[in-house]
Design a protein. Structure first.
Length: 156
């Protein structure tokens, strides 16, 4: 009778019960070092809300939240002031265009009111795009200087 040689690769072991991690068995004849465990908390510092505060900085009136709560972080403060200044400029432009549109409507010059509304739409879309660009740059660790708005924000 011939003997069957033992298997050269040990059988795979199932993961431990309870949802633990699984480390595969070492390869035959070689050394195996298991990968290091992942850092606790998924790689971010626990309680870190800096990204949320940077995004809030460019969401209009919500810029007051990081402005009033993150007084120790100068970068978040700069973006909050810049975002708040951008929101103020946006509101002032909207009010001026609305008054102009109303005045044209009251003077029964409707065709010019239509033109003002079209210009207002283009301006608001441009401000929205500037808002998004500033938000993306803030999250990426950069500053986006808007000529008049940033100067106004730095004076706050």
């Amino acid at each position: 009778m011939s003997e069957i040689p033992p298997p050269t690769v040990p059988p795979a072991t199932p993961p431990p019960p309870g949802g633990g991690s699984y480390t595969p068995p070492p390869p035959p004849g070689g050394s195996y070092t298991p990968p290091p465990p992942p850092p606790p908390g998924g790689g971010t510092a626990p309680g870190s809300d800096r990204t949320i505060m940077l995004v809030l900085s460019y969401l209009g009136i919500f810029a007051l939240i990081p402005l009033l709560t993150k007084k120790d972080d100068s970068e978040v403060q700069w973006h909050a002031k810049n975002g708040l200044a951008l929101a103020i400029v946006w509101v002032v432009i909207a009010i001026v265009l609305a008054i102009l549109n109303f005045a044209l409507a009251m003077a029964h010059i409707g065709f010019l009111g239509c033109g003002v509304s079209s210009v207002a739409c283009i301006i608001h879309c441009a401000l929205f795009i500037v808002d998004i660009i500033a938000m993306v740059k803030a999250v990426g660790g950069q500053r986006f200087r808007i000529p008049v708005v940033t100067d106004l924000g730095e004076k706050m």
